[in-house]
Design a protein around this ligand. Structure first.
Ligand SMILES: Nc1nc2c(ncn2[C@@H]2O[C@H](COP(=O)(O)OP(=O)(O)OP(=O)(O)O)[C@@H](O)[C@H]2O)c(=O)[nH]1
Ligand SMILES: [Mg+2]
Length: 323
């Protein structure tokens, strides 16, 4: 593909240049300062994809399921962008499924794009990078975006603010229903999948989850379905997609824009908190001053109060004065 030197990444992405897509996701991942302007140029194209977050305990079968969901979406002629955050079992290399041919098919298919992101640096930064990658995949024009993240704690759940539908994958055995409840995984789920339904204990886990959902979420407008699947043997994949489609219909009927705005507010909140903390406590930050004041005999409480006052000056001023 001919690339004019002056052409922006955004312009190249608009005409389907996958090299530009890869470069721009790298910019998101590395926190490159050029990213913001390119995303701003693409922003009118963002919001057309349906983003499915896939999370769950390590080894539950998330990658296997993502791969299967991609296969079925492709058979329906829908293009698929995949972003896997910190996968311990990588998508590339084809060894994942012990099913090289199918995996290679998918990697060569121009209707699929697969990208893994390493979790380096702060977790908040990772959530920002993953959300940005989804925005870029969305602007590129993929119809379905699959976002895999291991569900081990709040930092990983923050990644899910980029998703329209969150699928929580559990499996019988280690990391079963009780573990999931402790980890707060049920709370983030729009759809629950009992994967490895070919294994003993799957039916019991499914019944436990149905009961847990019934008891806990009585006041919610959306009742979380519990779907049995076996990604390893390609069973129940259509049922998972059907549950996602129903959730999508529910969200669209009750106000898609409002739902996305709520998630974007969360994204801004996390992004600001995390970058503010980096600036305040990074090399050019406040540590030296704090040390000096403590040495002078001030209490931590007093130092904190004075700093907070200083930092938030302007926050409470009338809007007019701040312009
Ligand atoms: N029996 C059975 N095994 C499965 C099924 N789905 C996945 N597996 C196996 O479970 C293991 C973990 O699968 P992955 O898809 O890598 O799981 P993951 O949740 O992505 O794992 P991490 O990304 O490492 O957290 C692999 O050995 C899979 O082959 C299934 O439906 N049945
Ligand atoms: Mg995985």
């Amino acid at each position: 593909m001919q690339v004019a030197a002056s052409e922006t990444l955004a312009a190249r992405i608009e005409r389907g240049d996958r090299t530009a897509l890869a470069r721009m996701i790298s910019w998101a991942e590395n926190g490159d300062p050029r990213f913001a302007a390119e995303l701003a140029a693409l922003w009118p194209r963002v919001g057309r994809a349906w983003r499915i977050g896939v999370t769950g305990p390590p080894g539950a079968g998330k990658s296997t399921l993502v791969n299967e969901l991609a296969r079925v979406e492709r058979s329906r002629e829908r293009t698929v962008g995949i972003c896997a955050v910190d996968p311990s079992s990588p998508f590339t290399g084809g060894a994942l499924l012990g099913d090289r041919i199918r995996m290679d098919d998918r990697t060569l298919d121009p209707g699929v794009y697969i990208r893994s992101m390493a979790s380096r640096g702060s977790h908040g930064g990772l959530a920002r990078a993953a959300a940005s990658a989804c925005d870029v995949l969305d602007a590129f024009g993929f119809a379905t975006i699959l976002l895999e993240t291991v569900g081990v704690g709040q930092a990983e759940y923050d990644v899910l603010d980029a998703a329209d539908t969150v699928v929580v994958v559990l499996c019988p055995g280690a990391g079963d229903g009780i573990q999931a409840m402790k980890a707060g995984l049920l709370e983030v789920a729009d759809v629950l999948v009992v994967n490895k339904s070919d294994m003993p204990g799957a039916e019991r886990l499914q019944n436990d989850l149905i009961e847990a959902v019934h008891v806990r979420f009585t006041k919610r407008a959306w009742s979380v379905p519990v779907v049995a699947a076996s990604a390893g043997t390609s069973k129940g994949i259509e049922d998972v997609l059907e549950a996602v489609a129903q959730h999508r219909a529910h969200v669209e009927a009750s106000g898609l824009e409002a739902a996305r705005r709520r998630k974007r507010i969360e994204q801004v909140r996390h992004s600001v908190s995390e970058q503010l903390a980096e600036r305040l406590w990074g090399p050019k930050g406040l540590r030296g001053r704090v040390e000096a004041e403590l040495e002078r005999g001030a209490s931590p409480h007093a130092v904190a109060a004075a700093l907070l006052e200083e930092i938030t000056q302007g926050l409470n001023r009338p809007t007019e004065a701040r312009r």
